[in-house]
Design a protein around this ligand. Sequence first.
Ligand SMILES: CSCCC(=O)/C(O)=C/O
Ligand SMILES: [Fe+2]
Length: 157
Amino acid sequence: MKAYFYDNLPGDQRLPHDSGREVTVSDLEKVGVLYFRIPELEGVNALASERGYKNRDEITISPEKMGAIYETKVKQFFDEHLHEDEEIRYIRDGAGYFDVRNEGDEWIRIKLVKDDLIILPAGIYHRFTTDDTDYIQAMRLFKEEPQVDASQPHRRA
Ligand SMILES: CSCCC(=O)/C(O)=C/O
Ligand SMILES: [Fe+2]
C-alpha cells in the first residue's frame, strides 16, 4: 500500500497522480480509514467475525470481465460518492486506487494491491479507479446483505 496527497493535475484518473506528499497509515486513521495487510484468508475471516461482517462477494473490474461497460463503470466508480455503511474491500488480485477526502477536503490517494484490506468509514466522500493495468479483483464485505447493488455508488448529495 502507498498513500499520498493527490496531485490534482490533469491526466487519466488511472495514472498515479502522486504529489510526493506521503500519507501514513496513522494519517489515514485520523480520517477514519483503516488499513490492514492480510496475506491469508483466515486473517480476513477473523477480522470479519470481529467486526460483524457476515456477508461477502467478489467483483472483478476489467475489460475482459465487463466488456463494453468497463469504461462506463470505471468512470462511475470515480464519481465522488459515499455509502451509509462502511466500505470494506480486500484485494484478491490486481491493483487500484481509492481516493478519500480529508477534513480539509484534500484528496488522499491510496494505492492498494493483492492482500491489502481497507475499511472506509460510513459517510466518507471517496472514489475508486483501477490503475493503468485496468484490472482488479476484490472481495466486498458487508455487515448486512446489500439491499442495492453495492457497486452502484450513492451519488454525492
Ligand atoms: C474495488 S470494489 C469496486 C468499487 C466499489 O465498490 C466502490 O464503492 C468504490 O467506491
Ligand atoms: Fe464506494
